[in-house]
Every structure is written in structure tokens, then in C-alpha cells.
Design a protein around this ligand. Structure first.
Ligand SMILES: [Zn+2]
Ligand SMILES: [Zn+2]
Length: 381
């Protein structure tokens, strides 16, 4: 079984252009670093396909897909923009947007199909993780929710899906789409919505109906460092994952938790990115024979953080060692374009400089959430 990267240059068409923070150059930088390190040779690179309207309809309304198609032809249509969450700012419509977004969903499906058939053990869908998209609304740079479509693909096979979202922003779209089911457990660690988009992700959001206890949220305070992030992860994720007993694991590897990220306020480094991948890898082998689909996500410090973070993630996904040195050839190739000094080292020392009150409050939150969720899941077993 192989553990491929799912990617093709087509994925870079998902780009809002201009000075928008979601800049597809980050994919070019990351995949070029992977190639330079020779990490793409063993398992190969699998291209995405374009998801069909029927597949998009698993999580999106037909009217919304039709609106995205119309805006894709006529990005200047003001009424459609307003009705479905598009417009200047976060989600400016662009020509070809439907095909670009449906290609990202198709990448998630190629990865999911490979895992379901046993052709792939793990897969990394690097351009995916568009976790804010709602049933009939674009949101937070996300048009179609590729991770939710992948979760739904597995759910339709009767599999129990554990979705863990490490992006600095709450995984609100994915949570909302599975809020009332006990077949997909969504778990998000994120910067508290008190200070950050989308404003949700409080511990009290636990799901509803049969899904009560199957939405799990750990809001973290600004300045959270690697030490505190790791501590909260260990408090919540392994026990909840073991209580849920998934058939497959889907993870979102947004790396905007980094202290240099321009959009967020957490204080992590690329240490957390690699740590999260390593632990989810171990849990997937422990709980579901290694069936694990990893996706990208946010990450707006595109020169220093994204290439290193996602190279480290793919190293874990593909069972390959990532060296400590960033190759000089990669640095030289990108230096003429880079507004900053490119890094020499692949890894960073874990940060542990959060104020003690941040660490204490984070752990208190994580502990309270874990107790509550285990109580609910235990009561249903
Ligand atoms: Zn493995
Ligand atoms: Zn994010």
C-alpha cells in the first residue's frame, strides 16, 4: 500500500488573487521543497479529479452549487455574491472558481477512494482542508468543504469517522455538517472565537440529537505555545479517539497556529505541526489499521512556515525521515522572490513561553471538555 501526496498544479487554480492571504504560491513552495528533498519518489504524486455535482451535493445544497457555477462564469454578479457569502474581502468570486474548488474536493475523494479500496494506507491532500465552507454558504476562504465530502464518503460506507482539526480557526463548517450525527465525530483545537474568526467553537457546542457528544471543541487562548498545545492535545484527543473507536481518521493540518502567522494569535512553531501528524499517525494505526487521510488547511506565513510544516507532515504520512537542513538549492531557487530570509533548518525548538495563566486555563478547558465528552460517550456505550 502506498502513501501518496495528492496534488497537481491544477490545485493552484484555487486562488483568490491580488493581495488575498490564501495565496497558491504556498503550495508551489511546499511541493517544490518535498521534491527537492526526494520525498515524492517513493510513493508518487496522485492527481485530483473534478468532483461531480452529485458528490458536492452530499454536503452542499443544489442551489448553492448552481450559484457557485454562475459566479464562476460571472464573478461580478452582486446579488448572487451577497446571497451565498461571496464578495470583496474574504471570498471574492473568481473566474473558474467552481472547477478550481471542485478539483480540491476531487482531491479529497481520490484520497478517500484510495484509502477505502486499500490502495493507499495514508494520503496527504495538501491543497485540501477547506473547513469553513457551509451547506449553502462560502466562508473564510472556503468555497466547497472538501474534508466534509471525504468524511461523508466514508460515512456512506458505514464507517465511523474521526475528524481532527488542528487549524488555528475553528472547523465550523465541518462541525455544522455533522452536528446531528454520531457517525462522524468532529474535534477541533483552535484559537478561541472570542478573538478570532469564525467566533464559534466553544466547549458547549457538543452536537445535537444523536450527535450530542460528537462535536468536541477546545478553544485555546492567544499566545498558546507548543508546550500548551501538546498538553491539551494529549488531554483530549487520545481518550476521545479511543472512546469513539473510528474506522478511519481524517485530519486537517492548518499551520496558521504558528507564531509568525499574520492572521492569528497563537504562539506555536512547526514543532506542533510535526507533533500533531506523528500522534495522529500513531492513533490511526492503533485504532483503525492506519486508515488516515490528512489534508492541508490554513497557513498564511507562506515563506517560512507552510513549506516546512507540510513537508514535515508528509514525512510522517509517507514514513520517510525529513532531514534537519533545508536544501540550499531550494533556498537559492526561491531567494529572488522571497521577501524574507529563507530558513536553514527544517525544524524549530518547541516553544514554551506562554504566560502560566494561558497554560493553566487551556488545560482546565481541555480537561473539562474531555470529562464531559467521555461521560456522554461512556453513557451511550
Ligand atoms: Zn503508517
Ligand atoms: Zn485557519
Amino acid at each position: 500500500m502506498t502513501c501518496p501526496l495528492v496534488y497537481s498544479p491544477e490545485c493552484r487554480r484555487y486562488d483568490f488573487g491580488g493581495g488575498h492571504p490564501l495565496n497558491s504560491r504556498r503550495l508551489e513552495l511546499a511541493t517544490d521543497l518535498l521534491r527537492e528533498l526526494g520525498l515524492l519518489e517513493r510513493h508518487g504524486v496522485v492527481p485530483p479529479r473534478v468532483a461531480s455535482d452529485e458528490e458536492l451535493g452530499w454536503v452542499h445544497s443544489a442551489e448553492y452549487v448552481a450559484a457557485v457555477r454562475a459566479l464562476s462564469e460571472r464573478p461580478d454578479h452582486p446579488l448572487l455574491s451577497r446571497l451565498y457569502g461571496f464578495g470583496p474581502g474574504d471570498n471574492p468570486p473568481f473566474r473558474g472558481m467552481h472547477e478550481a474548488a471542485a478539483t480540491i474536493v476531487g482531491g479529497a475523494l481520490v484520497a478517500a477512494e484510495g484509502i477505502a479500496s486499500g490502495a493507499f494506507l495514508h494520503a496527504f491532500h495538501i491543497s485540501g482542508g477547506l473547513h469553513h465552507a457551509q451547506r449553502a454558504q462560502a466562508s473564510g476562504f472556503c468555497v466547497y468543504n472538501d474534508v466534509a465530502v471525504a468524511c461523508e464518503f466514508f460515512r456512506r460506507r458505514g464507517w465511523r469517522v474521526l475528524y481532527v482539526d488542528a487549524d488555528a480557526h475553528h472547523g465550523d463548517g465541518t462541525q455544522a455538517l455533522f452536528y446531528d450525527t454520531d457517525e462522524v465525530l468532529t474535534l477541533s483545537l483552535h484559537e478561541t472565537g472570542r478573538y478570532l474568526f469564525p467566533g464559534t467553537g466553544e466547549p458547549e457546542e457538543l452536537g445535537e440529537g444523536r450527535g450530542y457528544g460528537f462535536s468536541v471543541n477546545v478553544p485555546l487562548l492567544p499566545l498558546t505555545d507548543d508546550a500548551s498545545w501538546v498538553e491539551c492535545f494529549e488531554c483530549v484527543v487520545p481518550p476521545v479517539a479511543r472512546a469513539f473507536r473510528p474506522d478511519v481518521v481524517v485530519t486537517q493540518h492548518g499551520c496558521d497556529t504558528h507564531r509568525r502567522d499574520p492572521l492569528t494569535d497563537l504562539g506555536c512553531t512547526v514543532y506542533t505541526a510535526e507533533y500533531f501528524a506523528r500522534r495522529m499517525h500513531e492513533l490511526s494505526h492503533e485504532l483503525c489499521d492506519g486508515r488516515w487521510l490528512a489534508t492541508g488547511g490554513g497557513g498564511y506565513d507562506i515563506w517560512l512556515t507552510v513549506p516546512r510544516a507540510w513537508t514535515l507532515v508528509y514525512g510522517v504520512v509517507s514514513h520517510q525521515d525529513v532531514p534537519d537542513e533545508v536544501p540550499d538549492t531550494w533556498r537559492q531557487r526561491w531567494r529572488p522572490l522571497a521577501p524574507v530570509d529563507l530558513p536553514r533548518r527544517m525544524r524549530e525548538d518547541p516553544s514554551s513561553d506562554a504566560p502560566p495563566v494561558v497554560r493553566a486555563q487551556n488545560l482546565e478547558t481541555a480537561d473539562r471538555v474531555t470529562r464531559r465528552v467521555l461521560e456522554i460517550l461512556g453513557g451511550r456505550a
